[in-house]
Ligand binder design. Structure first.
Ligand code: UTP
Length: 284
């Protein structure tokens, strides 16, 4: 069975981006003019996924509104003859896709957020994307490659990239046995990290993980960790590391978000030339 559903956990507090994220969800921060969560849904659409399950919280209503129709805005744009903008607004949700939302009542960790999507996903294998990890690479994209791996070989996968050893305590870190993932550990100190291969925000997971998550106890940072549940499955389940092409921006951090904005703006037909000009002046 191919992967047809993606879970987007968007209930985190976004403390690294305060005060911007006090009332605005981190996932609504724009890259030029497109919110991060929309870029994630577009990547999922390119992977052939048709169903999105948002795991939200009380302060994240703007995300659901973003994927809803806005009749008032649409009729205003139509009346003013703003056809191009109207098309953009109408295509925020790619054709054929549905979005539903479930609530995570308390931010108890990424593993707990994924567990909140259980009723919506049921007994299907599924994908998870963290919208603040923006992967800018060749089409169709990282998740499409992982979904294709599952369709062709029935294996599950975690997107990974090499990180400097001094940063391992910010990531889940994998160890390998041949082509398979043999261990994962959340936020290991650099001195004890089993490798420098870090998990970034794309996962293709078996439905069995919900059983493990339902029994999970808090791990690193006193949160229910997705990596701990993956670790419990590794002995019996074939998980592969997926080294994707392209650049990953950590848009939950200020620097990563700025870098992503620059990279996207520098290839925007309207912005590239004036921005390049301005940057040259500033850097001179
Ligand atoms: P982060 O580790 O980036 O945490 O979560 P955060 O709270 O969003 O941001 P900071 O670190 O405080 O700045 C990784 C992903 O997991 C989701 C987040 O929304 C983000 O997409 N998450 C995390 C939840 O949905 N619920 C949680 O309880 C924790």
């Amino acid at each position: 069975m191919s992967i047809d559903v993606v879970v987007l956990p968007v209930a985190g507090l976004g403390t690294r981006f305060l005060p911007a994220t006090k009332a605005v969800p981190k996932e609504m921060l724009p890259i030029v003019d497109v919110p991060l969560v929309q870029l994630a849904v577009e990547e999922a659409a390119r992977a052939g996924i048709r169903e999105v399950v948002l795991v939200t919280s009380a302060s994240k209503r703007a995300i659901e509104d973003h994927f809803d129709r806005s009749w008032e805005l649409e009729s205003l744009l139509a009346a003013r003859g703003k056809q191009a903008l109207l098309e953009q607004v109408r295509s925020v949700l790619p054709a054929g896709m549905t979005v539903t939302a479930v609530r995570q009542p308390q931010a108890l960790g990424l593993g707990h957020a994924v567990l909140c999507a259980r009723a919506a996903v049921g007994d299907r294998d599924f994908a998870v994307m963290l919208p603040d990890d923006l992967i800018d690479g060749p089409a169709p994209g990282c998740l499409a490659e992982m979904v294709a791996l599952h369709a062709a070989h029935g294996v599950y996968s975690l997107a990974v990239e090499e990180v400097p050893r001094e940063l391992t305590d910010r990531y889940g870190v994998v160890s390998l046995a041949g082509e398979r993932i043999s261990g994962v550990v959340e936020k290991p100190a650099p001195a004890v990290a089993p490798s420098t291969l870090a998990i970034v925000g794309r996962y293709v997971l078996p439905a069995d993980i919900f059983d493990v998550l339902s029994r999970a106890t808090p791990g690193a940072g006193n949160e229910i960790q997705l990596t701990d549940a993956i670790a419990a499955l590794l002995a019996d389940t074939d998980f592969r590391p997926h080294r994707f092409a392209g650049v990953r921006y950590d848009c939950g951090s200020k620097l990563g978000h700025l870098q992503a904005n620059m990279a996207f703006a520098l290839r925007d037909p309207e912005l590239a030339a004036p921005l390049r000009h301005w940057l040259r002046d500033r850097l001179a």
